[in-house]
Design a protein. Sequence first.
Length: 472
Amino acid sequence: MPEKKESKKTKELKEKLLMDKPRVWDRLSSQEKEDVFDYARGYMDFLNKGRTERRAVSGLLDMASQKGFVNITDALGTSNRIYHVSRGKLLILAVPGQKPMTEGIRLVTSHVDSPRLDIKPNPLYEEEGLAMLKTHYYGGVKKYQWVARSLAMIGTMFTRSGKVVDVEIGLNSDDPVLTIPDLLPHLSRKQMEQKASEFIPAENLNVIIGSLPYEDKNASDRVKLAILDLLFSKYGITEEDFIGAEIEMIPAEPARDAGLDRSLVAGYGQDDRVCAYTSATALFQLQKPLHTCVAVFYDKEEIGSEGNTSAKSAALDLFLMELLEKTEIPSSARNLRHVFTAGKALSGDVTAAVDPTYGDAYEKRNNSKIGHGIGITKYTGAGGKYMGSDANAEYASWVRRLFNEKNIMWQVAGLGKVDEGGGGTVAKYMANAGMDIIDCGPPILGMHSPLELCAKDDIWMTQKAFKVFLES
Ligand SMILES: [Zn+2]
């Protein structure tokens, strides 16, 4: 059959009325294509250093210090680029602008915590000649993804005398790794009949950490004792020191290029360290922006933003009040409200990329795709938009026009089919404070899994989008 040909008029009408859905890659110059790959190298380096929220904060802080950022307590007026760290797990960066803050700031938020397995307060035990650690999963994980893989153990502990101990085992290629074995297929008939949410119960997420007994054959729990002896000689810690410690079991392997064309980054914790890195590097490029620009890197997003390092904490309020004082504007509650209500914000968080293998879970007309740029999510929430944040049409229009004007490649984003689930971000807390805010971020495949995928051109475009927003 001969191919049907559209008339010129139809073509023109389509161009005028229909939405264009270009690939980022098709619009890039050859120099920009090189920049995309260069930028991804820096990003992967950051991912590999910032494997936990504490390490992500210290990685960002190192970069900020090199760019001349100073602690807010040492900053003289607003002549400096400023940072504030709260409890090693929440970071705020600011570049003071030309206008008074009460005329509005530009804020980009992201979060640096990621789903993982935390060590329980009393984790260590011995059974069947093995020393084991009990874990407690953190955030939205599919428990079965965490067995039969190499894990690293990273965290912060305190000795009985209060000395801080940084634990890190499993990241270097010659380090031992830790693991949770799965049941062999030969004996899994019952396990295989269970629901996926149940066949690895949380209490089965037990990590094997040793098998050699202590030399005294008459001692009880000899393997546990030998492991404690080893931990004491390496770190000076005892069994009691696990209580209150923050030790995380995370995937041991580093982030790597993915795809034969190396177009993607495969790595743990890209939700949401990709927005942390892209917003920080966008901020670093600013000199004297029109509005004061702020980037916040929150902790505890994955468990509902509770606690004093989360988006629900008073950290940002206090920081902005201190900053007001530096600009000789009284830090009254009223002025702070003006900073928020006159301000504009982007809630930088990843969105779900349509996975062709699981197409049924998505609503393809309203979900973002790999390689089409930063996704804009007008509203989040679950079911009937419950617990979500819904940007005002006026603000959504402003962001869209800005991105179009500055050649930012963006696409519509949402979290799958309405009845399939849903989720939220930190946007609602800033919206509650009075800010105009909308969610946006790059699409991710395998979100919350130990190996997430993000396209390098989307990552690069996200950084560009944050930059033009901060400069607006
Ligand atoms: Zn996230």
